[in-house]
Design a protein around this ligand. Sequence first.
Ligand SMILES: Nc1ncnc2c1ncn2[C@@H]1O[C@H](COP(=O)(O)OP(=O)(O)OP(=O)(O)O)[C@@H](O)[C@H]1O
Length: 229
Amino acid sequence: MSDDFVLQCSDIHKEFPSESGNGVLRILQGVDLQVKKAEIISIVGSSGSGKSTLLHILGGLDHPTSGDVFWEGKSIYRYNKDQLAEQRNKQVGFVFQFHHLLPEFTAMENVMMPALIQDVPLPNAENRAKELLDRFGMSGRLNHRPSQLSGGEQQRVSMARALTNNPAIILADEPTGNLDEKNTESILSLLFQLRDMEEVSIVLITHEKDIATRCDIVYSLHNGTLNGI
Ligand SMILES: Nc1ncnc2c1ncn2[C@@H]1O[C@H](COP(=O)(O)OP(=O)(O)OP(=O)(O)O)[C@@H](O)[C@H]1O
């Protein structure tokens, strides 16, 4: 597979057992995707079409029934569990609708965490976390815990955390789904700035067509396959 692409997947199928246990739900039925450096791709699709399932597979959080996923041209299935976790921590940043920040840690500590897991020296991790939080307009909230932050602020901290280790790609699952119009605009403009300044690639799942159409390429997930729109 070509390493011109930051992320690729080929012929991804995903089946779940049906509720009765007698059959299968065929959610993904041959998904191919290629993402170049600094490209922003959006995926739209109706509820239950398999968007989150696909994003989890692209991020190595879930296994497909068949098919392959490549980060920087390398199949992620050649890694064992620990290697995959390490590669994911280095190469992929996740942003979810609900921020998943650790409640007992401050904004700074949450953002530093992925670097500390990689054994980055503490002063370097602190500098990177401060730089990111500052860029995201959060320098006055470094020592606040998630419960002491607004929804938009929590999402900015979770985006900073996703960027801590300079990932090649951000996988974002409805990152503005829980936010009002003003915060939605602020998170989107941050995503576009990141692409321009850090050349990070972004796969954005959204159910909002007007957000999707601002991205470089828009795909619709329908009947288990991706189609350009
Ligand atoms: N672990 C599982 N076991 C069985 N079925 C599952 C499992 N995970 C997801 N599904 C089913 O797969 C389908 C796709 O789910 P997924 O969460 O990917 O959809 P989605 O497009 O992200 O939906 P939404 O926009 O509502 O978040 C759904 O019908 C869901 O019920």
